[in-house]
Design a protein around this ligand. Structure first.
Ligand SMILES: CC(C)(COP(=O)(O)OP(=O)(O)OC[C@H]1O[C@@H](n2cnc3c(N)ncnc32)[C@H](O)[C@@H]1OP(=O)(O)O)[C@@H](O)C(=O)NCCC(=O)NCCS
Length: 157
């Protein structure tokens, strides 16, 4: 468990999964990404599915896993609307990267929609390369695909 300024970053449990789904708009606004939240990830990849807990609840979370070829894949990362811009997203990524490295990851990958300018800026800020790939998510569904090597320095890209 990592504890900084009253925020504990630790493995997500089933109750955490249901809590972030219940509070979905606080993490994702008007976008409905509930169908991308898979309990199987928390159940089967618990050590790379992390929540940032504080006294007032879950401030952010990252759900991901390590592929057999050594890629730490971030499926979802979000910080609560009142926790943005405080460095929490960076800390969650750092915690995920450490966990992924323990499981043999040598690089990180994530994807986002090309409309999600905040996510693209966030990932670039963390030192990811962003590649725009046509039809990545099916016909006409262009995605931004992010890659970077590990290790991920917690404070600097
Ligand atoms: C993207 C998100 C996780 C960033 O979390 P955060 O806690 O605000 O990020 P941090 O405060 O750790 O910021 C880390 C860096 O990214 C940059 N950054 C974060 N969000 C940004 C934005 N919307 N626009 C520009 N830069 C941004 C910060 O400036 C910071 O750079 P710095 O450390 O060099 O100053 C958060 O905005 C969020 O939850 N968005 C909604 C969900 C989402 O779209 N998730 C990503 C898709 S999977």
């Amino acid at each position: 468990m990592i504890v900084v300024m009253g925020i504990h970053i630790a493995s997500a449990g089933v109750a955490d999964f249901h809590q972030v789904l219940a509070d979905h708009p606080r993490y994702w606004g008007e976008r409905d990404l509930r169908s991308l939240h898979l309990l199987a990830l928390v159940q089967e990849f618990g050590s790379t599915c992390l929540v940032a807990r504080a006294e007032d609840g879950i401030r952010g979370y990252v759900f991901g896993f390590v592929t057999p070829d050594g890629t730490g894949y971030v499926h979802l990362i979000a910080t609560r609307d009142d926790a943005r811009g405080t460095g929490l997203g960076r800390r969650l990524y750092a915690a995920f990267a450490e966990a992924a490295e323990r499981h043999g990851a040598r690089r990180l990958k994530a994807i986002t929609s090309i409309e999600n300018a905040g996510s693209i800026a966030f990932h670039r800020g963390l030192g990811f390369d962003a590649e725009i790939i046509d039809d990545y998510n099916g016909p006409g569904r262009t995605m931004a695909v992010f890659h970077r090597d590990l290790p991920l320095d917690v404070s600097r890209p």
